[in-house]
Design a protein around this ligand. Structure first.
Ligand code: PEP
Ligand code: MN
Length: 376
């Protein structure tokens, strides 16, 4: 059960004391407080764990300090979508909005290699009206002898160039909590010209200590990739780890599942789960067509498989696309074979727009037919 207190409630006031004293007196219930500090108001939520069946919802709602009460299903208390749950979905970070209704595109380098390539990539994004990108600095690689990413050494020039080209958010994978400090230091050193979306890769989806550390910080939002060899429920519980530690700014990323049933794609494309994640949780959903498909294979209609699966995810309502581009894929140090080129950027963006428009039309038709209310 979640007890949502009146916005901006005074913690020293009588109304706050009254409800907290009432709940504290219940011996079989424990309380966990969460504060969401927004631009307009601060919301305090009290998560009740234990024998909540014994609690009378109407009685709790009658306290003057209480705005409303939400009964939660056992799973995904924080990230879940519950009955009568009107808690907000989505968040803003560095001027960019992430929610379940809109779409953001993060085209960029799988791995940062040279400052020239970073600059060429960002210039192309700026020229096509893009304000987000992906830039890998810490790369988890299958072989210990493969290029592991430039790490903290590349951060200052990546951030400075982002500032120069108006990039507001960079998706960047971290594999250790020390990387958060390194990113923070480099941002500080360069005058905070951009923002960073911390990415937790598929190999770390169940690295619980990393999840707890990333969840405890509230500075950076998080893109959590689905684990490639675990159930959806296990991956959603990983997201709940982040949220239960305090960070609610989480985007859930689909990137394909590891099984030879997906051959010849690198991973079995799982974008049919876009609406499933939206139904089960309040997280925006990202699709990663590059790591799903893993090649530049082309269908007889002329479109790349990467284009096709991107459109499939977008027409199903995806909220973010993470996609590999490179100015010269032949020289890319990581995942060159799946990267699109800068010349292919305008075609890709237009193709996405076609699929997005189709999704919006489908949503409007569902609303007009009254199907949306049936889903609540
Ligand atoms: C990536 O996005 O660069 C990446 C390594 O993705 P994943 O963790 O999904 O393999
Ligand atoms: Mn990659």
């Amino acid at each position: 059960m979640i007890v949502i207190l009146q916005p901006d409630i005074d913690k020293n006031g009588a109304e706050y004391r009254e409800i907290v004293d009432f709940l504290s007196a219940k011996s079989d219930i424990t309380m966990r407080f969460h504060e969401e500090i927004g631009t307009q108001q601060t919301l305090t939520e009290v998560y009740l764990v234990g024998n909540t069946a014994s609690l009378d919802r109407d009685e709790i709602e009658s306290f003057p300090g209480v705005d409303r009460v939400v009964r939660v299903s056992r799973e995904y208390r924080v990230i879940g979508r519950h009955r009568d749950d009107t808690r907000t979905v989505g968040f803003e970070y560095n001027g960019v909005y992430f929610g379940q209704e809109n779409l953001q595109i993060f085209a960029g380098l799988c791995a940062v290699d040279t400052p020239q390539h970073v600059e060429e990539m960002m210039r192309a994004l700026r020229d096509h009206g893009q304000v987000c990108t992906r830039m890998g600095a810490y790369k988890p690689r299958t072989s210990p002898y493969a290029f592991q990413g430039h790490g903290k050494d590349c951060l200052p020039y990546v951030f400075e160039l982002a500032g120069k080209y108006g990039i507001k958010v960079i998706a960047m994978e971290i594999t250790h909590e020390d990387h958060i400090d390194q990113i923070n230091e480099a941002l500080e050193q360069t005058g905070r010209p951009t923002g960073v979306l911390l990415q937790i890769g598929t190999r770390n989806t169940q690295n619980f200590e990393l999840l707890k550390n990333v969840g405890r910080q509230r500075e950076f939002p998080v893109l959590l990739k689905r684990g490639f060899g675990i159930t959806l429920e296990e991956s959603l519980n990983a997201a709940e780890y982040l949220a239960s530690e305090g960070n609610r700014k989480i985007i859930f990323g689909l990137r394909g599942m590891k099984t030879n049933m997906g051959d010849p794609h690198r991973n079995f494309v799982d974008f049919a789960h876009v609406p499933v994640i939206k139904r089960l949780t309040r997280m925006p959903v990202c699709i990663d067509p590059s790591h799903s498909v893993g090649s530049r294979d082309r269908a007889p209609d002329g479109l790349l498989d990467v284009h096709h699966v991107t459109a499939q995810g977008v027409i199903a309502g995806a909220n973010m696309i993470l996609v590999d581009f490179h100015p010269n894929p032949a020289t890319a140090l990581v995942d060159g074979p799946q990267a699109l080129t800068l010349e292919e950027l305008p075609f890709f963006l237009e193709d996405v727009q076609i699929a997005r428009t189709a999704y919006e039309q489908r949503r409007e038709r569902a609303q007009a037919a009254g199907m949306e209310t049936a889903a609540r």
